[in-house]
Ligand binder design. Sequence first.
Ligand code: PPS
Length: 303
Amino acid sequence: MDQLKQTVDREAVLNLLQAPNKPPEELLLNYKGILYPGAVCSKELFEALETFEARNDDLLICSSPKCGTNWVFQILSEMVSILKNKETVLDQLTLEFGNLQLFESNKARPSPRIFSTHLRFPTIPKSFFEKNTKILLVIRNPKDAATSYYRFHKSLPALPTYDSWDLFFKDYMHGNVCYGSYFDYVAEWNKHIDGDNVMAITFEEMKTDLLAQLKTISEFYRLPLTEEQLCEVERRTSFASMKQKSEGTHGKLSEAFFRKGQVGDWKNLFTEEQSKEMDEKFQQKLAGTKLGDLLNYEKYCKF
Ligand code: PPS
């Protein structure tokens, strides 16, 4: 039975991630050659997304898994709430999660809608580009993204479990994980990063100076927050603050979504050999590109 038929909100999606009700062989859905979490994604929804109608005032967050989606969602949600004088945060709508009923209810939501997605560039509904929706691309250094993703597989029942980091590393490097290759993801975006409606930010820059990044984000979205309001957003979206609230926002999955929130945790997991293998992949795919430079690989990805 389709569990989402009864409830069409984010809580239902979180419940399915926690208790997927699928045998291990059905945890992954292969759609057009890319893997997805089968507990919350379906072919029907992907087909429906092709005709999704975006709005100019939607806020779209794009990121490869484990690069800071939930953090940036919370930031945008706090910014919008503060400007609207509301205490409640908005619902996080993940484009590709849910069923057709949820898809329909998302269509009717009032503006501004905040969507997040891990979809690869070619599968993002065209209408976001036709409507000139502003898109925030969040990227993170691949070593920490891989580390976070591996830990996530251990703590999220909806994803297959790996017996070892070495096995996960192989799959990550070959793009045999949900949403495919990190390197292809960033390389695809690199071809579309120059438009006025797209801005890229990095996890590492947010960790270094969150307030400065909040200013940049609010200017990009033309959200006229005062210095004081930006400081309030900074306070509410620190790792400690989000982790503290996470039982309310993410229920039983709070530990899975808010783990360490650090830069450089990869050094506790990667071998020298694995580190070199990833360095080579970075050289091949991203070195010298605009997003490759933004990642500041030498600073964040060397022992
Ligand atoms: S997901 O599941 O793909 O949507 O995950 P995503 O939200 O993109 O990324 C999860 C990682 O982001 C960390 N995180 C934060 N770091 C710093 N500050 C704040 N406020 C914050 N919120 C989330 C989260 O802990 C995951 O990283 P790791 O390295 O696993 O801790």
